[in-house]
Design a protein around this ligand. Structure first.
Ligand SMILES: *Cc1c(COP(=O)(O)O)cnc(C)c1O
Length: 359
């Protein structure tokens, strides 16, 4: 077996890591013996029970292998083809899913709303939603609101902010979706329960990410209201996301949730990002556009520092954004980068990055 050439350190995203040990162990345990197919197995049942426990609510759970699939299917359950789905103008559902939400909704309109640091506010949303009048035939009909927690800028919404958006959604009769690709990273920062961050704040449907924080390929579409979920068994199968050996998704989720493993992973990742942030703040010439709330650090560095990273085979993701704070500019001799930490990131990794940027 050959090992492909890899950078010595890759912090471009958290999905550059493999699985964490307990997830791998659960997969190995689930590997032997026959199990019913298509999610009728004991591992999936256990994952569903654990998620109901974790959310302190009876939930309808649909496991899928990708976040794009989870988001697109969730939005399809929330909006008719003539619906409008409001989201941030840099939302993953709008910008990074190749039109899957539009395809799975049979053509609903995604409406991007700007906001500093990847965040939506009621003030920014209200006039945009009002533009699409309910009952006016020539207009797509307001159907859903989608936020990302953690956001695409690595920031998080406070519980009060989610509640305000939840109330707005209710007033305007919008279903409220939370894209939780980095759900646990946000939750540990807020120090809240999964329930507080979701149904207690008005969220109707969550796409609960597990891949980036330790699984191989596993995300859950979670409904708090059974009737909202009625179409989902058919949508998931029709969309090609009903996995034949469904136990392999169930096992990942069990390994992820049991013994608070998911929380340990997210705490570690966030602590590494905080360490990176604190180090960067002390380096002259380095600029940080947004606060670091979870496991992502966005930073503008001098071109020379960016070149040193490349030379030393340290990978960050080159970034660009329209939600920079007013007055924040990026010069020609500077580079905007995103660093994402994970359960595999070490203190030594952070020290290496900081040393290389310092030069
Ligand atoms: C990573 C991510 C997803 C899921 O993406 P996939 O690559 O399809 O698994 C969804 N939303 C956000 C905000 C993400 O960062």
């Amino acid at each position: 077996m050959t090992t492909p050439q890899t950078p010595i350190l890759n912090l471009a995203s958290d999905n550059v890591s493999g699985m964490s040990q307990p997830v791998l162990a659960a997969l190995i345990a689930a590997n032997s013996g026959p199990e019913p197919a298509y999610g009728s197995d004991q591992w999936t049942a256990r994952a569903e029970a654990l998620l109901s426990e974790v959310f302190e609510h009876e939930v309808s759970v649909f496991l899928v292998a990708t976040g794009t699939g989870a988001n697109a299917l969730a939005l399809a359950a929330m909006s008719p083809p003539w619906g409008a789905i409001f989201c941030h103008s840099e939302a993953h559902v709008l910008d990074d899913e190749c039109g899957a939400p539009e395809m799975f909704t049979d053509g609903a309109k995604l409406v991007g709303v700007p906001g500093v640091g990847g965040k939506l506010t009621v003030e920014a949303l209200a006039p945009v939603v009002s533009h699409f009048a309910p009952g006016v035939i020539k207009s797509v009909q307001p159907a859903a609101l989608s936020i990302s927690q953690v956001t695409e800028a690595g920031t998080i919404y406070t519980i009060d902010e989610i509640k305000a958006l939840g109330q707005f959604a209710k007033q305007r009769k919008l279903m409220f979706h939370l894209d939780g690709a980095r759900f646990c990273n946000a939750m540990v920062t807020l120090g809240c329960t999964p329930a507080e961050m979701t149904w207690k704040s008005g969220v109707d449907i969550v796409t609960f990410g597990a891949t980036k924080n330790g699984c191989m390929a596993c995300e859950a579409i979670i409904f708090f209201n059974k009737t909202d979920a009625e179409s989902m068994p058919f949508r998931r199968k029709r969309g090609g996301h009903t996995v034949s050996k469904g136990r392999l998704l169930g096992a990942q989720m069990v390994g992820y949730l049991e013994n608070d493993h998911w929380i340990d992973n997210a705490r570690h990742a966030n602590a590494m990002a905080t360490a990176l942030r604190q180090g960067l703040e002390t380096i002259p010439g380095v600029k940080l556009p947004w606060p670091t709330h979870a496991n992502e650090v966005f930073v503008v560095v001098p071109q020379s520092a960016a070149e040193r990273l490349t030379r030393n085979k340290i990978r960050a993701a080159p970034w660009d954004s329209v939600s920079l704070p007013a007055g924040f500019s990026i010069g020609k001799d500077e580079q905007f980068l995103r660093f994402v930490t994970s359960f595999t990131t070490t203190k030594t990794d952070i020290a290496t990055v900081l040393q290389t940027i310092t030069g």
